[in-house]
Write a new protein. Structure first.
Ligand SMILES: [Zn+2]
Length: 458
């Protein structure tokens, strides 16, 4: 049994004392997942197993990689584009059908020319999207769309039908349960997904308990559409579904050089981007809190986290208070932690990102920024609550992968967590109900998951 594994958990069952290699945990919670995309990814073409894009052959695509005439793939990184022109590669793979390869961090995509021809007319004249349409030094398109330009393509590609959404959610539910997770927190629910989820609840198809967050693209999307919708829908209580609030992206990712930092990226004159104006973020935060919805923000860079915390404090000073969830918090300055202590805040961290990102962290980040990486131990010392999760499908939803990441990062000089890590995996809301969900581990592997009887109706 690896250290930290057999002793942890807030609700350990007596069985763990009988055998050192056995542990049972109630309400095992992955605090940051993309439920639908976890299911969708299972049918995407897997780019991760190739050394570079030029190794892929057109005959490698399978029928399930197609959706409405488009080819979808997932998982490329910059290292697979080295010495190559990504656009040329994807045009070779698919000269006529539109193709979309999503980057491993899900903050960028690579489109072929057929897809660009379809998408560009909708986005190239929108000034806020132009900076995210990547061009090379000669001004030619590279095929890469980042952040909001990437997310905007979803309005123009064939949408999933309700039955496809249901199939993907079920596939992902099985995946989470196989990995021991009985509780999840979904970060990117949409109105169509919510209506499928309600049907699944009625039909007795839901086994996991899910906190649901609606993803807002813009402040008007949040204020005019999603918040009124969430309030209306929240009036009905569901056994397995809990509408938690609204989620937005305040910055990007380190992999795409879009995480917003205090310092510049190493060897560059840029420090990433804040994707929302203060005014827009304040208006959504305020509207959420005045309606008892939680406000969740993707904030990965140290500057992004700090600026969200400052905005929250400015509302608190006007006696407008509510729950703030900070997503990823991969970089966090010590002075920001001090400011967090007066807020109802919870950080949602994914240690496994360390294993994916460690390859490029030294290349991309200055010395001063590196010191702010993965500050779980500083948060624990400051008694700021935080939860662990996977960001599935970006990383595998696996407790054991987190254990490996925590051990590996500690060896590389990240301050080690001084508490059994499984304590950060339990559902933060304790109820009698959570005791009915128990995940049994043996030698770090999930061997059995106990669930309450299936529930039909709301
Ligand atoms: Zn995420």
């Amino acid at each position: 049994m690896k250290k930290g594994f057999s002793r942890a958990g807030l609700n350990p069952s007596p069985s763990e004392h009988m055998h050192d290699n056995k542990t049972s945990i109630s309400a095992l919670y992955d605090s940051h997942v993309h439920w639908l995309m976890t299911g969708e990814k299972k049918s995407y073409f897997d780019i991760q197993k190739y050394r570079c894009l030029s190794d892929i052959a057109p005959s490698d695509f399978q029928p399930q990689n197609y959706r409405g005439g488009w080819i979808f793939g997932f998982g490329w990184t910059d290292s697979q584009l080295v010495n190559a022109n990504g656009l040329k590669d994807v045009d070779r793979l698919s000269p006529t059908s539109p193709l979309c390869f999503i980057k491993k961090d899900a903050h960028s995509c690579l489109l072929n020319s057929a897809a660009l021809k379809h998408i560009l007319p909708h986005i190239e004249n929108v000034p806020t999207l132009q900076p995210f349409i990547e061009r090379d030094s000669s001004g030619a398109l590279t095929g890469v769309l980042k952040e909001s330009a990437f997310y905007s393509i979803y309005a123009h590609i064939p949408a999933l039908s309700p039955s496809e959404i249901r199939r993907c959610l079920l596939v992902a539910q099985d995946y989470f349960l196989d990995n021991g997770f009985t509780h999840i927190r979904d970060m990117t629910c949409s109105m169509p997904q919510w209506s499928v989820l309600k049907d699944m609840q009625k039909n007795g198809e839901l086994k996991v308990v899910a906190d649901i967050n609606f993803n807002a693209e813009t402040s008007s999307h949040a204020l005019e559409t999603l918040i009124p919708f969430a309030l209306l829908e929240r009036a009905t209580k569901y056994r397995n579904l809990n509408i938690q609030g609204i989620k937005i992206f305040s910055d990007g990712s380190l992999g795409s050089n879009t995480a917003w930092l205090f310092e510049n990226y190493k060897g560059t004159k840029q420090n990433g981007i804040g994707l929302w104006s203060n005014e827009d973020m304040l208006s959504v935060m305020k509207q959420c809190w005045q309606n008892s919805l939680e406000f969740s923000v993707h904030a990965l860079g140290d500057k992004a986290v700090d600026s969200v915390v400052d905005l929250a404090r400015s509302l608190y000073s006007q006696k407008i208070r509510g729950y703030l969830n900070l997503e990823h918090v991969q970089l966090l300055a010590p002075e920001t932690i001090i400011k967090m202590k007066s807020l109802f805040v919870r950080c949602h961290m994914q240690p496994s990102h360390w294993l994916s990102d460690k390859k490029f962290l030294n290349e991309k980040l200055n010395h001063k920024t590196l010191k702010n990486l993965f500050a779980w131990e500083a948060l624990r010392r400051a008694k700021v609550p935080f939860s662990f999760g996977s960001d599935s499908p970006i990383e595998e939803a696996s407790v054991d992968l987190t254990r490996i990441a925590l051990e590996d990062s500690a060896q590389a000089g990240i301050e080690a967590l001084q508490e059994p890590f499984l304590s950060f995996y339990t559902y933060p809301v304790t109820s009698n109900d959570s005791k009915l969900y128990v995940t049994h581990f043996e030698n770090g592997k999930v061997i059995k998951v106990d669930l309450p009887p299936i529930h039909t109706g709301n």
